[in-house]
Design a binder for this molecule. Structure first.
Ligand code: SF4
Length: 268
């Protein structure tokens, strides 16, 4: 994909491929606080080299266009759940899944926790200078156990019916599980108690419809996921070691981007 650099007035400007904001770049051994988002942690899990090039060297990845259709389903779901949150009643989908005792969680910081760009859930890791953060889609409250339930909205368009087993075993959804483990980890670091199960609310567009006619129909499925954040401490420590190292980690052998960049060098 060709990505052209534009300024805030949408004028084309020179792309330098390097970050200009010093606060986005970590200096190995630094003592000042440094924020790491869930997205950057996921990058570290996938490829420590890409994480290091971004956070320590300061390379700027090419921009991506917004996922406006997916963002719209998230936005509309949020509106629906907020009505139930305000009234502290179960959402219309809950009865079908035996969740009549669950309501959307009401908390004064909910809007901050959902703001993945500027705020999100946030906690210092141990006594380090690393602040971990991540913006959740939603949090529900189990009125019986008094535990929180993390929820992630997912939009897709698949010809196959959404099924919990195939959904959770898909290699393409591994990152979703990391995301969920991380949010549960963060909430626990912040002093909240979460239950054993989190949910993906998957809305699947109907590709078999007769035509568009100005609307798109979606099925709605709740996928229960038994999260596990026992592994996260270990990886956060590995990530901090990586940040404080002077050594560039190895690249991922299956990465098409690096393979492309290496081949591309032959023609520069
Ligand atoms: S292998 Fe891929 S993910 Fe890793 S540094 Fe290269 S481009 Fe980034």
């Amino acid at each position: 994909m060709v990505s052209l650099k534009r300024n805030s007035k949408l004028e084309l400007v020179e792309a330098k491929g390097i970050r200009s904001r010093a606060s986005s770049i970590y200096t190995p051994g630094q003592l000042d606080d440094f924020k790491i988002s869930r997205g950057k942690f996921s990058t570290f899990i996938t490829c420590p080299r890409c994480f290091y090039l971004d956070r320590v060297i300061g390379l700027a990845e090419p921009g991506m266009p917004g996922w406006t259709l997916n963002e719209t389903t998230d936005l509309l779901l949020k509106k629906e759940f907020d009505i139930c949150r305000e009234q502290q009643i179960p959402h219309r989908l809950f009865a079908k899944y035996g969740l009549d005792h669950v309501v959307p969680f009401k908390h004064e910081a909910m809007d901050d926790w959902r703001d993945s760009l500027r705020k999100g859930l946030m906690a210092r890791y141990d006594d380090s200078n690393i602040i971990l953060s991540g913006g959740v889609d939603d949090i529900w409250f189990d009125t019986q156990s008094e535990e929180l339930i993390v929820v992630d909205y997912k939009s897709q368009a698949s010809n196959y019916e959404v099924n919990p087993n195939s959904y959770l075993s898909s290699p393409y959804h591994e990152g979703y599980k990391i995301q969920m483990d991380f949010y549960n980890y963060l909430l626990n670091l912040m002093g909240f108690k979460t239950g054993k199960i989190s949910y993906f609310l998957v809305v699947n567009a109907d590709r078999q419809a007769e035509g568009f006619y100005g609307e798109m129909k979606f099925s709605e499925t709740l996928i229960p996921y038994e999260h596990d954040f026992s592994w996260i401490d270990r990886e956060v420590n590995n990530m901090i070691d990586c940040l404080n190292s002077d050594k560039l980690p190895e690249s991922h052998v299956s990465c098409e981007n690096c393979a492309y960049a290496k081949q591309r060098k032959n023609y520069d």
